[in-house]
Design a protein around this ligand. Sequence first.
Ligand SMILES: *Cc1c(COP(=O)(O)O)cnc(C)c1O
Length: 432
Amino acid sequence: MKYYSTNRQAPEATLEEAVVKGLAADKGLFMPRTIKPLPQDFYDRIDTLSFQEIAYQVADAFFGEDVPADTLKQIVYDTLSFDVPLVKVTENIYSLELFHGPTLAFKDVGGRFMARLLGYFIKKEGKKQVNVLVATSGDTGSAVANGFLGVEGIHVYVLYPKGKVSEIQEKQFTTLGQNITALEVDGTFDDCQALVKSAFMDKELNEHLQLTSANSINVARFLPQAFYYFYAYAQLKKLGISSPVICVPSGNFGNITAGLFGKHMGLPVSRFIAANNRNDIFYQYLQTGVYSPRPSVATIANAMDVGDPSNFARVLDLYGGSHAAISAEISGATYTNEQIAETMQQVWKEEHYLLDPHGACGFRALAEGLRPGEVGIFLETAHPAKFKDTVEKIIGEPVSIPEKLQAFMRGEKQSLPMTKDFADFKNYLMTV
Ligand SMILES: *Cc1c(COP(=O)(O)O)cnc(C)c1O
């Protein structure tokens, strides 16, 4: 499969080049040249298949031309070492619980897949060390760091905004050691993202180090996220329900874009809803047709505090830049901290289901946006215990921490302070 750049000014790349480079030379995002529809027979019997079996079919459509079948199967099966159950919350709303992986957030799927695929390419080519740069507002850093921990030939640098991620999130990527280095940036998530982007564009740095990105701009991270949309559909089909509305709490829009790819492969989803917090750039785009990025503001759903969603370029590309086509398939919603908290309280009280602040945006968008007769699935993108302090304050009850998280809390934080000045970051990387 060849990958073109959304800016169309760079030559097409192979999968390996797209994964190793992350971003195209013209600063565009890589897109697969074709999106292969899956056969009707697959959809007919999807409810008889396991998560891994479904995911392998999807992976084969994306990566089958470039990775030997047994290797790809191994990567898929290793990646999905945990379940993604669909849980009924109300009569017509289901939660797709994406938090049963090692770091308790959906990013485990993409992070684990990418680590294994990149590891395969490095081994195959006998490449020199590859350095993964990843900016995180919380969950990406932990998923990527844990996914790559101990993978030979790869060093990971996690850039995160000082004081803006929860202690639990921070511990998940600052306590690992080995091939993982955490850089604590005196700035915002957008500053971290800008540092990573500048690093990729810096000629001298790229001559010195082989750099790649593990943000959702990387095709090896974002495409595998399509797996669980198919599995969600399979679980719903088992209940005799089809064509759900799928609602995705969105920040950089990698997760929802993977779902849109699923729909282009024939997955029967009636429509999508992108739920935003106050960083509602996409919502405003839907209303006005104008995309105006702006600095992010901090909210209690901090993994969605993104002022210029990087995968917007992919959404545009997928629909030929047509605002009408995008609006026909995706609607939006935007919520304040107060609304998010109110939703968490209400759902806890009435349904005894504990939402995290991100999932709460997704739930509320369905509760408000479903039409009569529709069934909705929202992606519960992280475990509520990852935001313990916030969640406890809101529901007024203690939240127990799963053992997986407690283990991280016992580790000792190790991070390097960094300014938001690119010159400092570059200087550091030139001398490591
Ligand atoms: C990353 C993240 C999001 C946003 O996902 P995108 O792919 O960036 O849109 C939402 N919720 C949680 C918990 C996250 O970690």
